[in-house]
Design a binder for this molecule. Structure first.
Ligand code: PLP
Length: 240
């Protein structure tokens, strides 16, 4: 299957999921996740009409993005280290993964120095998994006013990565929890949070049924990612 065919199939499944739950297909944007895939592969997706892409490492994005047409738009979806914020701000139009008050404050401060107004989503660890980044729902409720008060951030919504599961249906309750948390925050904070970033290759149709406005899809478009170890071996060593 070519990238163009995969993209067409994913777009078809998005349209079917929207039709099934009575949503307009324009309400859901596809973020094609290009992490680990080289610029040539991304270019194939651009040639097939895809314009929005996601990367999860600043280092990799800094190398790849300049190789591609400036018409491509980029979202950051990975854990952002504070010392990478300065490099991330000019590259990405939306950061999906603000996962602590500390990081949010750092982004706001650095944006202020550089004249940016970064659009961000707050990442929520809805299942409370110990190994995962993200606000716990109760922490987010407690810190939401402080987050809203950060002068430079434009907080547009929430993002989540549910626990790994065999069945797409297993993710549904976590997507519902994210949507309900959004509702609570909107009514207490009086702010509008239009974006819900949820759903990946295995469960994006379920996420759309539960209100996703951004789905982050990698494998279903670009195929399986080569594990880092094999890439290191193939390239003859570590380069970052
Ligand atoms: C890699 C990644 C995705 C895409 O995952 P697939 O299962 O390959 O679709 C989505 N979101 C985040 C945060 C990721 O890191």
């Amino acid at each position: 299957m070519s990238i163009a065919e995969n993209l067409e199939r994913v777009r078809g499944r998005i349209a079917t999921a929207c039709a099934k739950c009575g949503r307009n297909v324009d309400e859901v944007e596809l973020v094609a996740v290009t992490k680990t895939h080289p610029a040539e592969r991304v270019r194939e997706a651009i040639d097939a009409g895809q314009t929005l892409f996601g990367e999860n490492k600043v280092q990799e994005a800094r190398a790849k993005i300049p190789e591609l047409p400036s018409s491509a738009r980029w979202h950051f979806i990975g854990h952002l280290q504070k010392n990478k914020v300065r490099h991330a701000l000019p590259l990405f139009e939306l950061i999906h993964s603000v996962d602590s008050l500390d990081l949010a404050a750092a982004i706001s401060r650095i944006a202020d120095e550089n004249g940016y107004r970064p659009r961000v989503l707050l990442e929520v660890n809805v299942a409370g998994e110990g190994s995962k980044f993200g606000f716990k729902p109760e922490t987010l409720r407690a810190q939401f006013e402080e987050l809203l008060a950060l002068p430079r951030l434009v907080i547009e919504g929430l993002m989540t990565i549910p626990p790994l599961a065999e069945e797409p249906e297993s993710s549904r309750k976590f997507f519902v929890q994210l949507r309900e948390l959004r509702q609570q925050l909107q009514s207490t904070g009086g702010s509008d949070l239009p974006q819900l970033s949820m759903g990946m290759s295995d469960d994006f149709t379920v996420a759309i049924e539960e209100g996703a406005t951004l789905v982050r899809v990698g494998t279903a478009i670009f195929g399986k990612r080569t594990p880092l170890r094999q890439r290191i071996a193939a390239s003859g060593g570590l380069d970052d």
